[in-house]
Design a protein around this ligand. Structure first.
Ligand code: SF4
Ligand code: SF4
Length: 353
């Protein structure tokens, strides 16, 4: 597959430091990584991305607010005509931080909320975390910035999504994205929370109900969905342009940089998908090297297995999310959580891996 001239959106893991110790954290966040990038190095990353023509960066962690130079990085991105977003757990985000976010040019803020109060606090292992997240949403909203929520979906919270919707709506949330909890990082130690394939029909039923809400409704991110006739409707951001699923975009128009400088097509991918380190090589050279990101740039149908190998939608879908396939099955090109299979259990596409 041919990559874009520049990555469309780049995730920057500013630090692995985090005030939470989430059971579902895919990167074991808490303490910083050894030898995290310093401020000049991050400014270099932002500059290289701007040189490439990247137009959007997303600051995340760990907790990006614990990276002391985040305001400066937002300004540096804006000065090079990039949209800068942030994903935060909301801890420490008060009225004054929200004002700084607005004044430095941040485009939008997404707060993580993974269920109703008791479930969220338990999964995040921080008492009061849910109430603080709601306060943070209100502060950001009142500061005049767009505010969204991202929710991980797992066995511990699927039943709460319908009750969560009006709470988020009342707090001022404009967009609500859902992603499956993957067995990565600390979540690998909490496998009882990981949704099994058998949960997907119920998940799809809940989503279709929420899609009929008159107010806030969720949209799917890359590691959920595929193949159903309403996938486009379920995936499109509320009020946004249609977002068809076109297969994994890692290394095609998506990119991520870890807090110790490693470059991957997507931060959720395993370490075997590391393409290099910004300390050793230019980010521009890595992106422009046709031999990098080979799992997508040199994709062939032989990478598919299980139900995906026989699926009539495989040419476009390419087996769903690469990171999910690696996390669930240790290889790419296979999905057992696909909604096409969930909605047609007797179809030939349900062959087991
Ligand atoms: S079976 Fe595989 S290729 Fe087909 S829609 Fe589902 S995830 Fe995509
Ligand atoms: S690995 Fe998954 S989350 Fe990452 S870009 Fe590919 S589809 Fe999206």
């Amino acid at each position: 597959m041919k990559p874009s001239a520049a990555p469309f959106v780049v995730a920057l893991e500013l630090t692995l430091r985090c005030p939470c110790r989430c059971q579902t954290c895919g990167s074991h966040a808490g303490a910083p990584r050894a030898r995290e990038l310093d401020h000049d190095e991050w400014l270099g990353v932002v500059g290289s991305l701007a040189d490439l023509g990247c137009r959007r960066i997303s600051l995340m962690g760990g907790e990006p607010l614990l990276y002391p130079g985040w305001v400066d990085l937002v300004r540096a991105g804006c000065a090079r005509d990039m949209l800068v977003d942030m994903i935060s757990c909301g801890q420490g985000l008060d009225e004054s931080v929200a004002s700084v976010m607005r004044d430095c040019g941040l485009h939008s803020v997404t707060i993580s909320i993974d269920g109703l109060a008791s479930t969220h606090d338990a999964q995040r292992r921080v008492p009061g975390c849910f109430e603080q997240a709601l306060r943070a949403i209100r502060f950001v909203d009142r500061a005049g910035l767009k505010v969204g929520v991202t929710s991980q979906v797992n066995q511990g919270n699927l039943a709460e999504l319908e009750s969560l919707a009006p709470i988020l709506e009342d707090a001022g949330v404009l967009g609500w994205q859902l992603q499956l909890t993957l067995p990565l990082g600390r979540a690998e130690e909490n496998r009882h929370l990981i949704a099994p394939p058998a949960m997907m029909p119920e998940f799809l039923r809940v989503l279709r109900g929420l899609a009929r809400r008159p107010g806030l409704r969720p949209h799917l991110t890359d590691n959920i969905g595929y193949g159903t006739s309403d996938d486009l409707q379920l995936r499109t951001i509320q009020g946004g342009f249609p977002r068809p699923w076109l297969g994994c975009r890692a290394g095609l128009d998506a990119l991520g940089v870890t807090s110790d400088g490693r470059v991957k097509g997507c931060l959720a991918l395993p370490d075997i998908c590391t393409e290099g380190n910004v300390r050793e090589e230019s980010l521009v050279a890595m992106w422009n090297d046709p031999n990098r990101f080979s799992y997508n740039r040199r994709y062939t149908p032989t990478q598919l297995s299980g139900a995906c190998a026989d699926c009539e939608q495989a040419q476009r879908c390419r087996g769903g999310c690469t990171a999910t396939a690696y996390a669930m099955h240790g290889r790419l090109g296979v999905s057992t959580h696909c909604f096409l299979q969930a909605s047609a259990p007797t179809d030939s596409t349900t062959r087991q891996t």
